[in-house]
Design a protein around this ligand. Structure first.
Ligand SMILES: CC(C)(COP(=O)(O)OP(=O)(O)OC[C@H]1O[C@@H](n2cnc3c(N)ncnc32)[C@H](O)[C@@H]1OP(=O)(O)O)[C@@H](O)C(=O)NCCC(=O)NCCS
Length: 318
């Protein structure tokens, strides 16, 4: 597969392109780029296309499309243009190329979705519909130092009796039952969407089957009548600093005490295998960001650096 536009050639990314892709990615996302960790896995995913734009044989841009929602939606991820080539419209050109490619290979595609940081230029909304937005709380800690504090905090909350209800870790069957429940979709999930580590999925059985194959921890406050749900990713290495890990926790629901308890339970579980400096991103409803931030400041002495200005899920027709 090849195509050309404005001296650009497009091709499917290969294993051997890794070094060049990394060289155009230096310092992006404040050193918290997920692509070094995912690149090789992305290439093996049959429902994903990773496209490179090359100029005179050199990689100048990358964009990936992941097909979800029973082949109705293409999620665009990983967009990046080489620093020396920015501001020339290459991001727009590679997007058009990838849209045409996936549409030709998956004719049932209807929409494309992006998850982008907040603080967007209003022009974006002339092209995209905003499906939902979440706030992001970023914490940076050393796992071994935080672990005893998390354990002690859970202990205090349990001792107070009325503050603690044990979050339930969901087994695969319960994940489907809870996340496909109509009331959960309408009242708990933001915009009726499951956002897992920046990827927005419709609550469909096929999507959950794909997600259940990943090493995720699913929790709820109740299986019968859930009001708060959460999903924790497995940690991955990021380029910032030596041995820095990144962990994402997506929390759905607006009840702060229950969201806090799930955050603590997710963290407690993750800290049993985390080591060293860790960036933890908690994606949660705007209405509980301040309460969660104050809690983390008061109890753990951790303050958000506001590295990410919110998370917006955008959709447009393909
Ligand atoms: C953001 C980035 C890809 C823009 O590349 P660029 O070639 O300089 O962008 P241009 O201004 O030439 O092209 C703008 C087009 O890209 C789109 N675009 C710009 N930023 C975007 C973003 N963050 N996500 C999706 N599309 C974006 C614009 O909507 C515009 O599309 P249009 O031509 O259809 O209107 C580039 O600055 C970059 O690589 N930054 C570092 C990585 C990064 O932040 N990626 C964003 C991932 S969400």
């Amino acid at each position: 597969m090849e195509g050309a536009s404005h001296e650009l050639e497009f091709c499917l990314a290969q294993v051997d392109d890794f070094e060049q892709v990394m060289s155009i990615s230096v310092n992006i996302y404040n050193g918290l780029d997920y692509l070094p960790d995912r690149y090789h896995r992305w290439l093996k995913d049959p429902l994903r296309r990773v496209i490179l734009a090359k100029k005179e044989g050199k990689v100048v841009a990358l964009l990936s499309a992941r097909i979800v929602d029973n082949s109705r939606t293409a999620i665009m991820e990983g967009l990046r243009v080489a620093p020396s080539e920015r501001g020339k419209g290459i991001a727009g050109i590679i997007q058009q190329y990838v849209f045409a490619l996936v549409k030709s290979q998956f004719p049932s595609l209807e929409v494309q979705r992006y998850t982008r940081q907040g603080g967007l230029n209003p022009d974006v909304f002339t092209k995209f519909r905003l499906i939902c937005s979440q706030e992001v709380l970023d914490l940076h800690f050393v796992a071994e130092e935080l672990q005893p504090m998390v354990d002690a905090t859970i202990g205090h909350l349990k001792a107070s009796k009325h503050e603690w209800e044990e979050p339930i870790q969901l087994a695969a069957g319960d994940v489907k039952r809870v996340f496909l429940d109509r009331q959960v979709v309408e009242e708990v999930l933001p915009g009726g969407i499951i956002i897992q580590d920046w990827i927005p999925y419709k609550p469909l059985e096929g999507n959950l089957e794909v997600l259940l194959k990943q090493n995720l921890t699913w929790m709820a406050d109740s299986v019968v009548d859930p009001t708060v749900l959460s999903i924790c990713s497995s940690p991955y290495k990021v380029p910032a600093g030596a041995n820095n890990l990144c962990l994402n926790i997506d929390i759905f629901g607006k009840d702060f005490p229950r969201a806090r308890n799930q955050f603590l339970s997710q963290l407690h579980k993750a800290l049993s295998f985390l080591q060293g400096p860790t960036y933890c991103f908690i994606h949660l409803n705007k209405t509980i960001w301040s309460a969660m931030h104050s809690f983390c400041q008061t109890v753990f002495g951790l303050t958000s650096q506001k590295i990410i200005k919110g998370q917006c899920v955008l959709e447009a027709k393909l």
